[in-house]
Design a protein around this ligand. Structure first.
Ligand code: PBG
Length: 307
């Protein structure tokens, strides 16, 4: 009877698994703070994608660890960059799997910020060109959806017009529209080796205290041409997922970020919480709040649980 009247259901099709792609071959390098997630070389990422597809998971989102970093983030928009090569390999070997790419610079800049560093700050407008070039190079490599996560103002418009100019009229933009300057990204920065070397990201990511501003950020991104939007992190911002659901009739996603995942994993490892139930309850709460799909490091175990 509970099953009959249940209001919110989980389906692996609504999960997106984040993958961290690194140079080399046969690499599965454990990320200490996010067990059992690993940095994967392109070949092992392809293996992972086969499994993801077999489990019926909605798709993957790719993050790249380049061979070298510089102050121009050149690895981000290099047609032979790590993510661009990974997209081509995945699309060749697992062509039906949905591939989303994270469009940002923090994994590629020597200082770890999401944009061009100028005088200890980040130059918003100068960064737009890097983002547009990255999105186009991802689309050219075969990405199905590009997802800018940098939080520069005007990036969705810049990316949309660059995609259109280059013939990628059908490539949708999933914008990380309401992305907060959150402490819960901590483990990710180990995973992606992208911790800022000076200051923090508060000049471009949002203040966790601001809900109305979040709605305005979403509205602006939609005006600029975003096809789907994201709220990030997820659990500390369920109110905003819900508010966005009530206001906007576009696909809404939420990112259950690294810190949310690691807290549950750490508590479970200590025997303080039941892992499976915490995983399912947290994902259910995010869907119940109104997210159509969830980016989550639990995608594989949750899909197995639901099978
Ligand atoms: C890149 C980016 C970050 C995350 C996704 N894209 C890190 C950040 O903004 O510092 C975080 C994801 C996670 O914590 O799982 N800008």
């Amino acid at each position: 009877m509970r099953r009959l009247v249940r209001e919110t259901r989980l389906d692996p099709a609504n999960f997106i698994l984040p993958l961290f792609v690194c140079p080399g071959e046969g690499v599965r390098r454990p990320i200490g703070s996010m067990p059992p997630q690993c940095q994967l070389s392109i070949d092992t990422a392809v293996e992972e994608c086969r499994e993801v597809e077999a489990l019926g998971i909605g798709g993957v989102i790719l993050f790249g660890l380049p061979e070298t970093k510089d102050d121009q983030a050149s690895g981000a928009y290099d047609d032979n960059g790590i993510v661009q090569r990974a997209i081509r390999a995945i699309k060749r070997e697992v062509p039906d799997l949905l591939v989303i790419t994270d469009v940002c610079n923090c994994e590629y800049t020597s200082h770890g910020h999401c944009g061009l560093g100028v005088d200890g700050d980040v130059d918003n407008d100068a960064t737009l060109d890097w983002l547009a070039k990255s999105a186009v190079s991802h689309a050219r490599a075969g990405a199905d959806i590009v997802a800018p996560s940098d939080m520069m103002d005007g990036r969705v418009g810049a990316i949309r017009s660059a995609l259109d100019r280059n013939g990628f009229l059908k490539t949708p933009i999933l914008s990380y529209a309401a992305k907060f300057a959150s402490v819960f990204y901590g483990p990710f920065r180990e995973a992606a080796e992208s911790a800022p070397q000076f200051g923090d990201r508060r000049s471009y990511q949002m203040d966790p205290a601001n809900a109305r501003e979040a709605m305005r950020e979403i509205e602006l991104d939609l005006e600029e041409g975003a096809d789907m939007i994201m709220v990030k992190p997820a659990m500390p911002y369920l109110d905003l997922i819900h508010e966005a659901r009530n206001r906007f009739d576009v696909p809404i996603s939420a990112y259950q970020v690294s810190g949310e995942y690691s807290m549950i994993m750490a508590a479970a490892a200590n025997g303080w919480i039941d892992l499976e139930r915490a995983m399912i309850e947290s994902l259910t709460s995010i869907r119940r709040a109104g997210a159509d799909f969830v980016l989550t490091y639990f995608a594989k175990p949750a899909a197995k649980f639901l099978a």
